[in-house]
Ligand binder design. Sequence first.
Ligand SMILES: O=P(O)(O)OC[C@H]1O[C@H](OP(=O)(O)OP(=O)(O)O)[C@H](O)[C@@H]1O
Ligand SMILES: O=c1cc[nH]c(=O)[nH]1
Ligand SMILES: [Mg+2]
Length: 209
Amino acid sequence: MAVHEIHHPLIHHKIGLMRERGISSKDFRELAGEVGNLLTYEATRELQTEDVETTAWNGQKIFIKKIKGKKITVVPILRAGLGMLDGVLRLIPNAKISVVGLYRDEETLQPVAYFDKVVKDASKRTALIVDPMLATGGTLIATIDLLKQKGCKQIMGLFLVAAPEGLQAVQDAHPDVEIYTAAIDEKLNESGYILPGLGDAGDKIFGTR
Ligand SMILES: O=P(O)(O)OC[C@H]1O[C@H](OP(=O)(O)OP(=O)(O)O)[C@H](O)[C@@H]1O
Ligand SMILES: O=c1cc[nH]c(=O)[nH]1
Ligand SMILES: [Mg+2]
């Protein structure tokens, strides 16, 4: 598994704002979408293009570059992943969306799956998982297990903040998956929250804290 921690002044600035105590749901949600957008730009850097002939404005025949190869299905993990979805789709508006629902049991920290609706042609698409937080890694591992059962062969994940413990767990379980994150933080606390982290991203995005 390759882990890409994306260093960019805009990402550092926006993640910094998201860490501030007392941030409003509106601001947190907007920033989650914006960083999701910037991570998408980085994660799609390796997409292949092909030269396609077309007619230019003046009638001249020219070659333009078009994205080729496998199409994408974006996979937001409910709930918090929805906060990044708009930003991701702004760059890849034709992507199909496969929604999965998992929450982390507060006592055991184990993921509990409660919903999935994955596109039928998942085996022909690159899956781009989006979730703000990668903490113990349990939710991501369960999501990747599910996507592989549905036939996905190429899987990437976008996260605002990841913990080293979770990255290691995902690497051990699924070494073939590419992870893009805006920040790798220090550690998990005893309740499984990332430090310094963002707090509970889902509650902040939905205003349920
Ligand atoms: O790496 P893990 O230890 O599994 O934790 C990460 C998961 O926890 C959060 O979701 P949460 O369970 O809070 O659900 P929510 O999005 O509905 O708030 C987060 O959005 C991830 O999905
Ligand atoms: O720090 C964390 C860990 C899991 N889920 C969150 O929303 N935040
Ligand atoms: Mg939550």
